[in-house]
Design a protein around this ligand. Structure first.
Ligand code: ACM
Length: 616
């Protein structure tokens, strides 16, 4: 080959690689991708076929989803052992294939697409990858590619808190539809808390007559007016058992397990408002609408009276029958024990059982719940406070106060799900508080991407996986829930599925940007906060406020003003690392980000007095 031809073919190869690199946009990044030449042209003649009746639902699901993506209505056929025909998408269950339970092999050639797996779940994930390869711009060409894939962790969860705000069954189904695209397989429903009991318990009707409803309030959570005398409790709702059965079926068809959480002994004001015998103090408590109430209202179930355990036995019996998943989550977090200290029954329980303090009383409580669950063939999971006072013998710990609880539990040979508030709390800010709806502390997209669920120094086989939690104190609508889930749950999906070595922040952002248009197409809400500037207020040696700027992603320019005008590309351009000093008498800082000459972030407007408060 002469030099000219060699350089021409090198050029062609590098263009091909470049095109391929731009074409593949799967989230989470698969384990192994081999690019091939050509592409498969999806058309109205393409047939979806399957080789096992187990795959009928999935074949129909594939057809329906392709129709919603690009309007093509593909026919579904049972292949009955015949060879794949050209222009077909073949779903192939191959139980003998030596593949991980959720693994799959996706092969796209210019004539045939095949997705093989040892389980229908594996093939389901192969279908999700295929669907992501279909362009959303109306083009129907699918890049020829071979993908071998399987997840890093078995537990890939999202939590939706349906107590603090109520979400309808249709909204929960919509979340399932959205999460499976990114290969999540577990939905944790936080069904009970101080602000609402959300599931019908046939033998305890007051839980949904009373406990599911609270007085209507909007505005800042914790600043809301407490219930007034005679005021009607009109905000709320609950799921009937029929609705739950339907939801479980819907989730199961999409390979999602539902983990029900029934909070005990703390976070139980809605139950106590329904049945006052559950309290270890007075009666007459109301479901909380988002007002301050800790130490004022008693939200911990009495640990002294047997009637509490009889109540929980009834609840957990019905829950165990409704949810086929092997685990039930019993909460266990943030139990205020002040009322137990003053309760004769609780103190007697401690004396009778030789328990030295209220932490040991909580541990006694959780161990009794574990026994109840074992009788029903279920495993107990609880938040990491269940370590305090001694862990129940077979408990699985969900670590939320950072990773330490999970690490301690794994060292004690207990299974763990990591959902630390430091990396996986999706209720936290994802951008500057000046332009985000009010909530607690900060969790940016890149922090989520840096989550490592299996830290060094422990036996990683105890780490089942991880989970992102959306607490809904400040999430009054499903639209806002979506805003909080996406795109941070893209990052979580990649943390939980992709091999550690396959992660790459810049490439993740490239793929994320492609997926935002997919979300637009499906009218799913999401945050663009990662395009905004990051402000770091500092104080110089004289204690005078200065400002540094940064961006979460590469390639953005920040333009700023101090003169009360809106910044654009004619304003001051921030130079990397620069420390901005505040001009005399300036009162407000404004900044916007640009890329390739176009604004991409939002204008952020921050009074300098507010900025000064952020520096301690
Ligand atoms: C929790 O966030 N209290 C589990």
């Amino acid at each position: 080959m002469n030099l000219k031809r060699l350089s021409a073919s090198l050029f062609a190869i590098s263009i091909a690689i470049l095109l391929n690199a731009q074409n593949i946009t799967i989230i989470p990044q698969p384990k192994k991708v081999i690019f091939n030449k050509g592409n498969f042209a999806l058309s109205g003649k393409t047939v979806i076929s399957y080789n096992d009746p187990q795959l009928k639902f999935l074949a129909d699901y594939t057809s329906t989803t392709i129709k919603s993506l690009n309007k093509l209505k593909l026919i579904v056929k049972n292949q009955n052992g015949t060879q794949p025909k050209i222009q077909s998408i073949n779903l192939i269950l191959d139980v003998k294939a030596n593949r991980a339970k959720e693994g799959y092999l996706l092969n796209v050639t210019s004539s045939v697409i095949s997705i093989k797996g040892a389980t229908s779940q594996g093939i389901f994930y192969g279908v999700q990858s295929l669907l992501q390869l279909i362009p959303v711009n109306g083009d129907s060409k699918i890049q020829a590619v071979e993908i071998q894939d399987e997840p890093r962790f078995a537990w890939r969860g999202l939590l939706l808190d349906v107590s603090r705000h109520f979400f309808t069954i249709d909204e929960v189904k919509r979340l399932i539809d959205e999460m499976v695209v990114y290969k999540f397989n577990l939905l944790h429903l936080h069904l009970t808390d101080d602000q609402g009991w959300r599931i019908e318990i046939k033998k305890l009707p007051e839980l949904t007559k009373v406990g599911a409803w609270r007085v209507p309030r909007t505005g800042l959570w914790w600043d809301r007016e407490p219930p007034q005398n005679g005021e009607a409790a009109t905000y709320g709702g609950f799921y009937t058992q029929e609705q739950i059965k339907d939801l479980v079926k819907y989730a199961t068809q999409r390979h999602v397990d539902i983990l029900p959480e029934i909070e005990a002994p703390g976070h139980s004001l809605a139950a106590i408002a329904s049945y006052s015998y559950l309290s270890s103090s007075k009666t007459g408590y109301k479901v909380n609408p988002g007002s301050k109430f800790y130490t004022i209202d008693d939200n911990s179930l009495c640990a002294g009276k047997e009637s509490t355990f009889e109540f929980l036995d009834i609840v957990l019996t019905e829950i165990a029958e409704l949810f086929p998943f092997e685990y039930i989550h019993i909460g266990g977090d943030e139990c205020y024990k002040g009322f137990w200290k003053k309760c004769e029954d609780c103190q007697k329980r401690m004396k009778d059982n030789g328990l030295k303090d209220e932490n040991e009383l909580q541990s006694y409580f959780i161990k009794r719940l574990e026994k109840i669950l074992q009788q029903k063939g279920k495993k107990l999971m609880g938040w990491d406070e269940i370590l305090e006072g001694g862990l129940a013998p077979n408990a699985t710990v969900m670590s939320w106060r950072g990773m330490d609880g999970g690490i301690a539990a794994a060292k004690a040979n207990h299974h763990v799900v990591m959902s630390p508030n430091t990396y996986a709390y999706l209720d936290l800010y994802q951008g500057d508080p000046a332009i985000e709806p009010p909530t607690y502390s900060m969790l940016r997209l890149n922090t989520v991407y840096n989550f490592e669920p299996a830290p060094p120094g422990i036996d990683s086989s105890f780490i089942l996986g991880g989970q992102g939690n959306l607490w809904s104190e400040s999430v009054p609508t499903f639209r806002h829930a979506e805003y909080m889930f996406w795109p941070r749950s893209f990052a979580l999906a990649e943390v939980l599925w992709t091999p550690k070595s396959g992660k790459n922040w810049n490439d993740f952002i490239r793929r994320t940007e492609c997926h935002l248009s997919r979300l637009d197409n499906s009218d799913i809400n999401y945050a663009r906060s990662f395009y905004d500037a990051i402000l770091t207020p500092l104080k110089d040696e004289k204690g005078i406020l200065t400002i540094k700027l940064n961006t979460e992603i590469e390639g953005l320019l920040c333009y700023y003003t101090f003169d009360n005008t809106n910044p654009d590309h004619h304003s001051h351009l921030y130079k990397k690392g620069e420390v901005l000093t505040i001009p005399k008498d300036a009162d407000t800082f404004r900044v916007i980000t640009y890329r390739n000459g176009k604004p991409v972030g939002r204008i952020m407007t921050v009074p300098l007095v507010e900025l000064a408060k952020r520096v301690n």
